[in-house]
Structures are given as C-alpha cells and as structure tokens.
Design a protein around this ligand. Structure first.
Ligand SMILES: [Zn+2]
Ligand SMILES: [Zn+2]
Length: 111
C-alpha cells in the first residue's frame, strides 16, 4: 500500500541497490546490496520519528550489512554471493545454486 520496491544503481559503487519508495510518507530508501560498499541513503519523508530506524546516508560495516539482511529477511548466497530473498527455508544458498545442485546430484538418487 503506497510502498514500491525496485532496484537501481548504487551511485557509490555502481552495483545493485535496493530502492524502497513510499508515496504515502514521501520517503525514499536506497540500500546497496554490495557488502563491500554498504552505502545507504534514507530520506524518511513524513514517517513519524518514532518509527524511523535510520535517516540520512552512510556506509554499513560488514556486521551492519548482515544485520540489514536479517532485518529484510534476505540472505547472501554462500556460493555465488547474490543477495536475494528467494531462498529456500534453512538453506544458505540461493534458489539458482540450489537448483543446480539438485540437477548435479540427480544421478545419485538410485532407488
Ligand atoms: Zn554500493
Ligand atoms: Zn547462489
């Protein structure tokens, strides 16, 4: 409701940045998905102060980046390093890597 999410280019590293815009609160958030960069920009618009987690811009440390992924319920694939939310429950790998592995192991499934 009024919140739009998309991706754009991080203006610091040129990598993929996650963009959240809320037309209701007139807010804009950008979160770089490159953990080596960690750039974020948050303009909280008219969101009430008590619900604002961060405002302004800066760079996340690798620890803060991990916390951010946890907050978003996102993961960084341990195989290909892609940050995404399409993960199978309990798996450290993204769906792409999971699928590949299943394909590779299919011949082992002798019944
Ligand atoms: Zn960046
Ligand atoms: Zn992967």
């Amino acid at each position: 409701m009024g919140t739009h999410t998309s991706y754009n280019e991080c203006r610091m590293c040129g990598g993929t940045s996650f963009l959240i815009e809320d037309t209701h609160y007139d807010s804009t958030e950008k979160h770089c998905l490159n953990e080596k960069c960690g750039y974020y920009f948050v303009d909280s618009g008219t969101i009430p102060d008590e619900s604002v987690m961060i405002n302004g811009s800066g760079f996340r440390t690798p620890d803060e980046f991990k916390e951010f992924l946890d907050e978003m319920e996102w993961k960084k694939c341990e195989k290909c390093g892609v940050v995404d939310h399409d993960y199978n429950e309990g798996s450290p790998d993204c769906e792409n890597c999971e699928t590949e592995e299943e394909d590779e192991n299919r011949h082992d499934l002798v019944k």
